[in-house]
Design a protein around this ligand. Structure first.
Ligand SMILES: Cc1cc2nc3c(=O)[nH]c(=O)nc-3n(C[C@H](O)[C@H](O)[C@H](O)COP(=O)(O)OP(=O)(O)OC[C@H]3O[C@@H](n4cnc5c(N)ncnc54)[C@H](O)[C@@H]3O)c2cc1C
Ligand SMILES: *[C@@H]1O[C@H](CO)[C@@H](O)[C@H](O)[C@H]1NC(C)=O
Ligand SMILES: *[C@@H]1O[C@H](CO)[C@@H](O)[C@H](O)[C@H]1NC(C)=O
Ligand SMILES: *[C@@H]1O[C@H](CO)[C@@H](O)[C@H](O)[C@H]1NC(C)=O
Ligand SMILES: *[C@@H]1O[C@H](CO)[C@@H](O)[C@H](O)[C@H]1NC(C)=O
Ligand SMILES: *[C@@H]1O[C@H](CO)[C@@H](O)[C@H](O)[C@H]1NC(C)=O
Ligand SMILES: *[C@@H]1O[C@H](CO)[C@@H](O)[C@H](O)[C@H]1NC(C)=O
Ligand SMILES: *[C@@H]1O[C@H](CO)[C@@H](O)[C@H](O)[C@H]1NC(C)=O
Length: 539
């Protein structure tokens, strides 16, 4: 660039910016007018629409952001936020966005790991469903209707309010929203007994691209199949789910046993891999790995926490553990008997004396910046392989990292790979969640932690599933086969598509092409359209 060019550059940029801003301010104005025209009561709709000039715009935007990595001054913000309280407001938002060429993002609980429910690189409207979160439990028939922005904690609370012997097999973190969580699968401590949340959904309500209100019968089995694991954002806006509640015993037993490297953690984790997926399906026995300062000598060590839920009493659990995993040395004093709903608090990390009301609190216990990834393990990792993980946890960035090893088997192995879009069934011993967390602001810190995470992920390649190296869509990861610029061509998308959905990806593409042929419901990892370059089986 010439000296003249470079001195003009900031000026040109400012000019360009004000040009775009004027254009988008105009679009925003038109969108607002459209919303007013389309609503029966313009006074009530205006109370549900926020632009950056409304003083509460920021707090409404911030409220459900679970990963502050996507809440910096540089993060693109919505032109408008709509918080519908009625179906007609959603219909108006879809239609007005289409008319004025705006993209939409839909948010329920805001837990998307990459912020896709509230960030976009093109001008967009955020449809925040926060006001749509009613839950009605029919204990007699063991069913419930739950609206999209209800959190899973609220769902558990309302079930427990009606019955001590009914539960639901959803997520462990109580603040996740059922809108996103169920549409990507949804697992928790009862997956070995009852499968995923999606395996227990019997009806749904959805607003499609034409603004039609559909239920299971009117949407048809293909679309109903697609939204139960294919990710929420590709097919429409899910308003509510009808779920089948499952029986839980009045007494369950939990334990957490910590072992560090000096207490044979490596051997125990190694052995755990041979045992965990074959245990009785009433037993959920996972591992959390962290690096800690050992109390003696202030030396660092690795801690393996063996955390368990048993759907039954302690007197039955103890002999089971003694028989299958005597090496752990589980003792009566390690175990606590409680109700199923109390076990929800236990796993979510609340102290034992907390009132159940914490389940209604939508604010997470911690909100650090984070980067996460996932893997599936089909062959036990040798001890040497585990030791390489410990080495990475000893690095500076590894101090705040965490891995969860979540066992499959049981009911998970009985459900066929194509019953829902979620394909990770028989053949998987366990799922890995990798997370690294930090507080420092700024891109330099982010880059350091993210690159640490990528190095760990690349180290793990030989030990995890291959062709494809599978991933869990609810643990969204834009590193896997996306150019980060919203390129949703089939060729690009099939890279992450095969990881998340395996052979179900092509059926998702067919459903997408039928129900949203103009690709209105779109983000960086939405299901692409069937395109001319597309061949059966992909390329
Ligand atoms: C702290 C934490 C703990 C977690 N624990 C678990 C766990 O125990 N088990 C588990 O399985 N997963 C867990 N997850 C992952 C979680 O299931 C996913 O992040 C899930 O997508 C969150 O749903 P949401 O509604 O809260 O998120 P959002 O960010 O609101 O939505 C996620 C995606 O779904 C889309 N979407 C949301 N609502 C709708 C709707 N109504 N209609 C159409 N599309 C919609 C969004 O556009 C976005 O693409 C956890 C995540 C976090 C951050
Ligand atoms: C319109 O909405 C406002 C605020 O919600 C309410 O007070 C008013 O009664 C409504 N008017 C009609 C005609 O429904
Ligand atoms: C935002 O500001 C506009 C214009 O002042 C107002 O009409 C609207 O009601 C405000 N929105 C909310 C949610 O208060
Ligand atoms: C249980 O379901 C039946 C059949 O759908 C219905 O008639 C009945 O009212 C339901 N029970 C309750 C308590 O809602
Ligand atoms: C570790 O394992 C060895 C044998 O494998 C055993 O002798 C020892 O007691 C164990 N240590 C602990 C702390 O469990
Ligand atoms: C562990 O020790 C190091 C060095 O003394 C310290 O910086 C760090 O904060 C400690 N970590 C924890 C979790 O206590
Ligand atoms: C909700 O939880 C957050 C985080 O634990 C806490 O700061 C807040 O006080 C809680 N709110 C209520 C109403 O209890
Ligand atoms: C998307 O990626 C494909 C393959 O790399 C490329 O051919 C196409 O031009 C890209 N499209 C957009 C819109 O960036």
């Amino acid at each position: 660039m010439t000296p003249l060019g470079s001195s003009l550059f900031p000026f040109a940029l400012a000019l360009l910016f004000s040009f775009f801003w004027a254009t988008w301010a105009h679009t925003q104005e038109n969108f607002l007018q459209c919303m007013t025209l389309r609503s029966e009561n313009s006074t009530s709709i205006s109370k549900l629409i926020y632009t950056p000039s409304n003083s509460s715009y920021s707090s409404v935007l911030q409220f459900s952001i679970q990963n502050p990595r996507f809440s910096t001054p540089a993060t693109p913000k919505p032109l408008v936020i709509v918080t519908p309280s009625h179906v007609s407001h959603i219909q108006a938002s879809i239609s007005c966005s289409q008319t004025h060429g705006l993209q939409i993002r839909v948010r329920s609980g805001g837990h998307d790991y990459e912020g896709l429910s509230y960030v976009s690189n093109v001008p967009f409207v955020l449809i925040d469903l926060i006001n749509l979160r009613s839950i009605s439990v029919d204990a007699e028939n063991s069913t419930a209707w739950v609206q999209a922005a209800a959190t899973i904690g609220e769902v558990y609370y309302r079930i427990a309010e009606r019955s001590r012997t009914l539960g639901f097999p959803g997520g462990i973190a109580t603040t996740v929203g059922v809108g996103g969580h169920f549409s990507g699968g949804g697992y928790g401590t009862m997956l070995r007994k009852y499968g995923l949340a999606v395996d227990n959904i019997i009806d749904a309500q959805l607003i499609d691209v034409k603004g039609r209100f559909l239920d299971r019968e009117s949407m048809g089995e293909d679309l109903f199949w697609a939204i139960r694991g294919g990710g929420g954002a590709s097919f429409g806006i899910i308003l509510a789910w009808k779920i089948k509640l499952v029986p839980v015993p009045s007494t369950v037993t939990v334990f957490t046993v910590n072992r560090n490297l000096e207490q044979n953690a490596t051997k125990l984790v190694h052995r755990w891999q041979y045992v965990t997926a074959k245990l009785h399906e009433d037993l959920f026995f996972r591992v959390r790995l962290t690096s800690v300062n050992s109390s003696r000598e202030g030396k660092r060590t690795i801690q393996a926490s063996f955390i368990s839920l048993y759907l039954g009493v302690m007197d039955k659990l103890l002999p089971m553990m003694q028989e299958s995993f005597p090496e752990l040395g589980l003792m009566r004093e390690d175990c606590i008997e409680m109700s199923w709903i109390e076990s929800i608090l236990y796993f979510a990390g609340f102290p034992a004396d907390k009132s159940l009301d914490v389940l209604l609190n939508r604010t997470s216990l911690t909100r650090s910046l984070f980067k996460a990834k996932s893997d599936y393990v089909q062959e036990p990792i040798p001890e040497l392989g585990l030791e390489g993980i410990w080495q990475r946890f000893y690095e500076k960035e590894g101090e705040t990292a965490l891995m969860f090893l979540t066992p499959y088997g049981g009911r998970m192995s009985e459900i066929s790979e194509d019953a829902t879009p979620f394909p990770h069934r028989a053949g998987n011993i366990y799922n890995i969640f990798y997370g690294v967390f930090w507080e420092e602001e700024g891109t330099a810190a982010s880059e350091r932690y993210i690159s640490w995470m990528r190095r760990l992920y690349s180290y793990m390649a030989p030990y995890v599933s291959k062709s494809p190296r599978a991933s869990y869509v609810n643990y969204r990861d834009l590193d896997i086969g996306s150019n980060g610029k919203g390129n949703t061509s089939y060729r690009m998308a099939s890279i992450w598509g095969n990881k998340y959905f395996k052979n179900n990806f092509d059926r998702l593409v067919r459903v997408k092409t039928t129900v949203d042929p103009a690709n209105f419901f779109k983000d960086e990892q939405s299901i692409p359209l069937f395109s001319s370059g597309w061949k059966k089986g992909g390329d």
